[in-house]
Design a protein around this ligand. Structure first.
Ligand SMILES: [Zn+2]
Ligand SMILES: [Zn+2]
Length: 102
């Protein structure tokens, strides 16, 4: 299993980035790319720790909120491109999330 390139601390990514709150209990691992791209997320460490509420509860969570899901994908692409580059992202993932507005 590759280590996440998106965070170094084991804490809820959304609690930290959106609310500046440190949540370290009840964490679940979320693969930012899913479906056929899940192995890519695993290989390149495009995954984050999320508290259950921000992971998989109806409302503002990665599995229910389209905007939050896209936010995480944009963050993943930024982090990936800072390690590799945009060309490699397009080769591996094939979609430019930073150009998506919805
Ligand atoms: Zn959280
Ligand atoms: Zn998940």
């Amino acid at each position: 299993m590759a280590k996440s390139i998106m965070q170094t601390q084991r804490e809820c990514y959304v609690c930290r980035m959106k609310y500046n709150v440190i949540t370290v209990t009840g964490l679940e691992e979320h693969h930012v790319l899913n479906g056929p791209l899940r192995p890519v997320a695993e290989q390149y460490g495009l995954k984050v720790w999320l508290c259950h509420r921000h992971h998989n509860e109806p409302g503002y969570s990665a599995h229910f909120d389209h905007h939050l899901r896209l936010y995480l994908k944009k963050q993943a692409q930024r982090d990936f491109e800072s390690v590799y580059d945009h060309r490699t992202w397009m080769q591996v993932v094939g979609k430019d999330y930073l150009k998506c507005s919805t």
